[in-house]
Design a protein around this ligand. Structure first.
Ligand code: ATP
Ligand code: MG
Length: 465
């Protein structure tokens, strides 16, 4: 194992000045695992002032004792794996490194922030305040300091709290989400007593801002092992805090005569999310939520047939509250709402082009791939094949009908053509003519080709005058 050049030089600079210094946290963990790193964090016994004095281009802008150090190199320098380059004039900042003074933390009355932070004296003290054993390994390029058996847990693929899990989660409830997120990203399992600690403290998650919970949730949904992680959120009680709507979904059956469903609504939703082929966590979220209206619209008739009429409408209403609660951006919210609202789209081959075009207008051209990804997840998560001849035909027709203009602006003639061709002045007649041409193209009685449009324009002029 070797540290990247810049990372090592930061440690060496601190050591030459007589301080202790180590890389610590996620990048040490990822390096041990042989994975690419995402920026380095350091810890040292130098105080912020002492760090600032050693690095000419460093800045100190928070109360947690973290100093940011910029390392410059010439723009032509060879890229360093795992190091992000930031352009800044003729010099390139290869990364901003965060250096934090050893610290120990005491008391977490609000379950989020320590009541007191004091500079620690030893590296062991600093590692003791870190969340999980795999994140509590320090490395100076030569020596690994691993008092909690982090390397052993990496080998065993286990997320284990440092110290007593119940205490650590009661100190900072966000750690429970971090545990599940790390498990989802790394494919690790959560140690039994750590899991019990989450179960005992899940209710404390209400103390954490929804923005931070949402960030972890989106990272979970983007992770390779997202579906297992959602089931862990459910089993520990965390899901009840974040998405209480799911409690009912897991209790809603949908297996009935003449229906293909094999799972309850909640399990089907998780399966659909798992198989949804999108890389976008927002599309994954929409897939997870697509059937959330089913519990409210559940109906079972005397033959035992279960139906959920208009569940997508009821679901959209519920999702409106959910995206607000999760503080999603306007763009993210719109996408989730659109996908849930129209997820029941029909792929019936007897549909007219006009019906397909209406669907595209509702969903938005830019969201069609996401809509299809949800449908594939929905199918696979319900025990069906990934696709069908009907769905394949429908996809072809989606492409075909988009070759036709969608609005008057897509016509191959415009207002200038109308004025030039017919010798008229700017006025309402131009819009009227273009609307009429568009209506005929949309109806399929006129083709969107320049010559045909101009000819038709001349014909129409006489009828309008
Ligand atoms: P990644 O950057 O891949 O998300 P990471 O482990 O580096 O993973 P960061 O959020 O960058 O995560 O935190 C850096 C380190 O700080 C962690 O590895 C851990 O040692 C410590 N840490 C972060 N958040 C907490 C917390 N809530 N409680 C205790 N220690 C924490
Ligand atoms: Mg990190």
């Amino acid at each position: 194992m070797i540290l990247p050049r810049d990372a090592q030089s930061i440690i060496d600079t601190l050591k030459k000045a007589g301080f202790e210094a180590y890389a610590v946290g996620g990048s040490v963990r990822d390096t041990i695992m042989g994975k690419p790193t995402k920026g380095w964090d350091y810890t040292t016994n130098a105080t912020p002032e002492e760090i600032l004095a050693l690095f000419p281009d460093s800045f100190y802008d928070n109360q947690f004792g973290t100093v940011g150090v910029k390392i410059y190199e010439s723009p032509s320098a060879r890229p360093i794996p795992g190091i992000k380059k930031i352009d800044s004039g003729n010099l390139t900042v290869s990364d901003i490194y965060e250096i934090t003074t050893y610290r120990s933390e005491k008391g977490y009355a609000d379950r989020r922030h320590p009541d007191t932070v004091r500079w620690g004296v030893t590296i062991e003290e600093d590692l003791a305040r870190r969340d999980f054993t795999i994140n509590a390994i320090a490395w100076d390029g030569k020596r690994l300091i691993d008092p909690y058996g982090g390397q052993k847990d990496i080998t065993a693929t286990i997320i284990r709290a440092v110290g007593d899990p119940k205490e650590r989660f009661a100190e900072d409830a966000l750690r429970m989400m971090r545990a599940v997120r790390l498990a989802a990203e790394l494919g690790f399992s959560i140690d039994e007593s750590t899991l019990a600690g989450i179960q005992a403290n899940a209710h404390l998650l209400v103390n954490i801002s929804m923005e931070r919970v949402r960030d972890e949730l989106l990272r979970i949904l983007a992770a390779q092992f997202a579906s297992d992680a959602i089931l862990v959120l459910k089993a520990t009680g965390l899901l009840t805090i974040i998405l209480p709507e799911f409690d009912e979904a897991f209790a809603t059956p949908q297996k009935s005569p003449k229906r293909h469903h094999i799972y309850d609504v909640g399990t089907h939703s998780v399966m659909a999310m798992k198989y949804c082929p999108s890389a976008d966590p927002v599309v994954k979220l929409a897939t997870l939520l697509h059937d959330i209206g089913k519990p409210k619209t559940f109906h079972k008739d005397e033959t035992g047939l279960i139906t959920f009429y208009n569940h997508e409408v009821a679901g959209t209403r519920m999702v409106r509250k959910i995206v607000e609660r999760l503080r999603l951006s306007k763009k993210q919210s719109d996408l989730v709402l659109t996908l849930v609202r129209w997820h029941q789209f029909s792929v019936d081959e007897r549909q007219t082009d006009a019906a397909i075009r209406r669907f595209i207008r509702r969903v938005g051209k830019e969201n069609l791939d996401a809509m299809l990804a949800l449908r594939i997840g929905d199918r696979l998560g319900g025990g069906a094949q990934e696709t069908s001849w009907r769905l394949e035909l429908y996809k072809k027709r989606l492409v075909e009908v988009q070759k036709q203009p969608f609005t008057v602006h897509d016509l191959l003639v415009n207002g200038h053509d109308v004025m030039a061709e017919l010798g008229v002045k700017p006025g309402p007649i131009i819009g009227t003519l273009l609307d009429q041409l568009f209506a005929e193209v949309e109806a399929g009685t006129l083709v969107n080709e320049r010559e045909a449009l101009l000819t038709r324009m001349r014909e129409l002029k006489s009828t309008i005058n």
